[in-house]
Design a protein around this ligand. Structure first.
Ligand SMILES: [Zn+2]
Length: 44
């Protein structure tokens, strides 16, 4: 499930699986649906 985070007045959407951040909920949802990361890695 995509997490939401607020930073500097902007809402970010985070993939719960790998920690990648998106500024768009649709992008995050689509990414997460195909994300196969098993553990958070916080790759930037
Ligand atoms: Zn991911």
């Amino acid at each position: 499930m995509v997490e939401t985070t607020e930073k500097d007045g902007t809402t970010w959407y985070k993939c719960e699986k790998c920690g990648m951040l998106f500024d768009n909920r649709e992008d995050a949802t689509q990414h997460e649906a195909s994300c196969d990361a098993e553990e958070p890695s916080y790759i930037q």
